[in-house]
Design a protein. Sequence first.
Lengths: 114, 113
Amino acid sequence: GAVVSQHPSRVICKSGTSVKIECRSLDFQATTMFWYRQFPKQSLMLMATSNEGSKATYEQGVEKDKFLINHASLTLSTLTVTSAHPEDSSFYICRGQGSNTEAFFGQGTRLTVV
Amino acid sequence: QQQVKQSPQSLIVQKGGISIINCAYENTAFDYFPWYQQFPGKGPALLIAIRPDVSEKKEGRFTISFNKSAKQFSLHIMDSQPGDSATYFCAASIQTSGSRLTFGEGTQLTVNP
């Protein structure tokens, strides 16, 4: 099946710094990328939806200036957590959707802010 | 109306037994019902999915039962194995809305040897 490669799988950063998470669709063109956040033992919470070449649509309560999403190409989308704080520590997962195809999750990124 | 309710929160079964996880939804516009399996520290992986035009779908040891009138669907794992121990999420979406999923709360399955 199609693959969405997400990197890094784990990252530890200092409070106040920024972290970039990348998701690449390896064998299909992801026209849409969904970004989720998951706290321990909880379900996935949709943060934002981005379409290639357009601005992302953020869910209610998600700060767009804190969670910057770029989807400049059909194979790459990035999520940048700016000025990270310990409460941003979580598991972030992308999900790529192509035209008329099933959507596929990335492997997830465990972010720890210290 | 967008919620998907999932139960139980956790489930322990013996090897060889049947694991059953249930989900209920409210929005009758949902037309796609996938189940995902997630191992610790990994992204969810699609296990099996069903559309409301059929009442049952089977793939290997995994079966989805769908009851449109009751707005319920369930996952059955036959001959459960320790390797099936994971968190399972049901989900629902309206396909014309661009594959936006509404997830259940998740079920942590433990299969004892």
